[in-house]
Design a protein. Sequence first.
Length: 218
Amino acid sequence: MTRRPRLLTTAAAGATAALLLTACGGGTNDTKSNDKIDGAETAPATTATSTTPTRPSADRPRIELPSDLSYAFDWSKTGDADKDAVLSDSEQSIKAVDLAIVNQNALDKAYLYYYEGEAAVGTQKFIQTYVDNKASVTGAYRFYDPQVSVDKGGTASLSYCEDQGKAYVKYLKTNEVKRTQVTAKSYVSYHTSLKKNGKGVWVIQKIVSQSGSAQCQP
């Protein structure tokens, strides 16, 4: 993670070049999907929802996000314990990156709980871009069409789609929200590689994304 790509557009010189990062896990296939900004508007307050409950853990980080961020995970339980654990931990990893952006901390402990290696490095750079530009995120995200597989050796893969059409960048100095136009690039596909660590947590090792993916179009 970095989990998913976003494009933060600012007046700062060189900001766009700095954003050629994949959002949640260090993938190198794409940039933030919404790349044009049309005006500014405050996003409505919403409540985060999920169909997959967080699995209990003594040291699992608490992820509490502001009410102007919401998440819809349109994937149901599979009935397989390992697959459902992958889905649950992936939901938390997505939210953990946004928590780091909200906290303006590129070394936030919550996302580092769910990312390792290449994924952690890419995610840190992605979050730091928001910190450098004093920007955060707001709006609604929807995730759907999950395809999960688990190997006997403690590794797994998860592919899914994201609808970023109602998700925006918020500039902290002015509290301005940049509303972007919905285009084909608002729909992003992801493929993540995960590994079960010693705590039983499915951590993201690598992620690849593609904006404008035909398979994710409505």
